[in-house]
Design a protein around this ligand. Structure first.
Ligand code: NAD
Length: 500
């Protein structure tokens, strides 16, 4: 058994808590690794290491910090394959999909390398006679990142490149389901020249998270995961005086208008619903065709594509969709399909009947693509985030009915509209109460130099992630007003200072 360790002060550190849990390969259902689960003392050691590194790191010129990240970026490009293999072996996603996530994470490193420009302050000359004022943005201190299983490299890279570039030190608590990639990134940061203690990884579960949430030396928390935990993190972290951004779950709808290019929409839905086995917070899980005629024509196009989906392990380059992350998650997805059927949804293609017959992979956590028709807002398949390869069709009679359906959803991460009509698209983009909108773009994940974040129950806190929102989250503003002695006599003044 290999034990996946912590990473503190630029070295792998074996767990000492006596607690660990198995890490599975979802493609085979086998486990040859365990992950250490940190004790309170181990978390405290990681935070102490980050706290000790912060004064020097925060005063290191931004350009020098950027150059270290630039070297890290080059290592990532060279070894993206190795990182992608580590991701697939614990998450299950296909190799190309894992490479895609590494690239999207790497783009945040590219953004962070521009930090000297992003941190440039403002200067006002003569705000009063002989008085000048300037603003700068300074780092917060030790910041923690708590991340989900579905993007074990991209989501941490939404956080730490920007945090480090701004002069903070970092403690990452990755998902215990696919923890190995975090250690590769930590080692490559060390190789790129990051000083000891600036980036630490602590493996663990709720105990590690709670220790970070209550630790007096943790200044801020970035969280990405499910909505109930995001809410808990935001409430607990805020109650302990920390700055918190907590991104939660999602249920993303795509509206298909009667004038849409239906072939384009069907292909887009295939990737957006079944890519990464639907385990993406920006997956489209609900199609909302406007009119029954559009619904029928769309389903006619989708069914043969879903039936032809190649479901298999990442080791098979022909696989288009890998297994589900754990047996438990697989059973939950199956259970939700059962419930949807019992509540009246029509199972048009049934992923539950899929059997993996490739030798050596029979016990992997596979399910085929599922299409449910006649789904209504009363059903749990619409209300709950399924986080699996299940596309629900909610038929709608009009554009307004589709918009009202989306507005009634508790989640508001992403949405898309398929149409050729500029008026409709513009109205949708302007009026819809969702954080990220696509027009004929099914997964509108913003690039690194924009910011990522939903609305409503998909985010808690005031700041979205990466881009300039990331710079703002990881820094605090300081405004200095200065006057130099000119030799003129100054008297004590007791009134509120005004322009003078
Ligand atoms: P999760 O909420 O179960 O876990 C996320 C992190 O929280 C992990 O590090 C985990 O160890 C920790 N955690 C779990 N339970 C905890 C508890 N009771 N107390 C404290 N910490 C706890 O999420 P997941 O299953 O790993 O990831 C899938 C979820 O993440 C989905 O809901 C998905 O929509 C969401 N997600 C959202 C975004 C976004 O940007 N909004 C991006 C990716 C994933």
């Amino acid at each position: 058994m290999i034990e996946i360790a912590h990473y503190i002060d630029n070295a792998r550190v074996a767990g000492t808590s006596g607690r660990s849990q198995p890490v599975f390969d979802p493609a085979t259902g086998e486990s040859s690794k365990t992950v250490a689960l940190a004790s309170v003392e181990e978390v405290n050691t990681a935070v102490a290491s980050a706290r000790a590194a912060w004064p020097a790191w925060s005063k290191t010129p931004a350009l020098r910090r950027a150059r270290i990240l630039d070297r890290f970026k080059s290592i990532l490009w060279e070894r993206a394959d190795e990182l992608a293999r580590a991701i697939s072996s614990e998450h299950g996603k296909t190799h190309d999909d894992a490479l895609g996530e590494v690239t999207r994470g790497l783009e945040v490193v590219e953004f962070a390398v521009g930090v000297p420009t992003h941190l440039k302050g403002d200067f006002s000359e003569n705000v009063g006679t002989g008085v000048d004022t300037y603003n700068i943005r300074q780092s917060l201190g030790v910041v923690a990142g708590i991340t989900p299983f579905n993007f074990p490299t991209m989501v941490p890279m939404w956080m730490f490149p920007v945090a480090l570039a701004c002069g903070n030190t970092f403690v990452l608590k990755p998902s215990e389901r696919d923890p190995s990639a975090s250690l590769l990134m930590a080692e490559w940061l060390t190789e790129a020249g990051l000083p000891a203690g600036v980036f630490n990884v602590i493996q663990g579960d709720k105990l590690a998270v709670d220790t970070l949430l209550h630790h007096p030396d943790v200044a801020a928390i970035s969280f990405v995961g499910s909505t109930p935990i995001a809410k808990y993190i935001h409430e607990t972290g805020s109650a302990n005086g920390k700055r918190v951004q907590a991104l939660g779950g999602a249920k993303n709808h795509a509206v298909i208008m009667p004038d849409a290019d239906l072939d384009m929409a069907a292909n887009a839905l295939m990737g957006a619903a079944f890519g990464s086995a639907g385990e993406r917070c920006m997956a489209i899980s609900v199609a909302v065709p406007v009119t029954d005629a559009v619904a029928d024509a769309l389903i006619e196009r989708l069914v043969p594509k879903i039936e032809a989906l190649k479901v298999g392990p990442a080791s098979d380059t022909a696989s288009e969709m890998g297994p589900i992350v754990t047996q438990q998650a697989l059973e939950r997805i199956r259970g939700l399909i059962d419930k949807g059927e019992a509540q009246g949804a029509k199972v048009v293609t049934d992923g539950r009947s899929f059997r993996q017959d490739k030798q050596g992979y029979e016990n992997g956590y596979y399910i085929g693509g599922t299409l449910l028709d006649n789904v209504t807002p009363e059903m749990s398949v619409w209300q709950e985030e399924i986080f699996g390869p299940v596309l629900s069709v909610v038929r709608s009679n009009s554009y307004q009915e589709a918009v009202d359906l989306i507005s009634s959803c508790q989640y508001a991460n992403g949405t898309a509209i398929f149409t050729r009509d500029g008026d409709t698209a513009r109205a949708f983009a302007q009026d819809i109460e969702v954080g990220m909108v696509g027009v004929n773009v099914p997964i509108p994940v913003p690039m690194a130099f924009h910011s990522f974040g939903g609305w409503k129950a998909s985010i808690f806190g005031d700041h979205a992630i990466h881009g300039m929102e990331g710079i703002r989250f990881y820094t605090r503003i300081k405004t200095t007003t200065l006057r130099w002695p000119t030799g003129q006599r100054t008297d004590a003044e007791f009134v509120m200072p005004t322009l003078g």
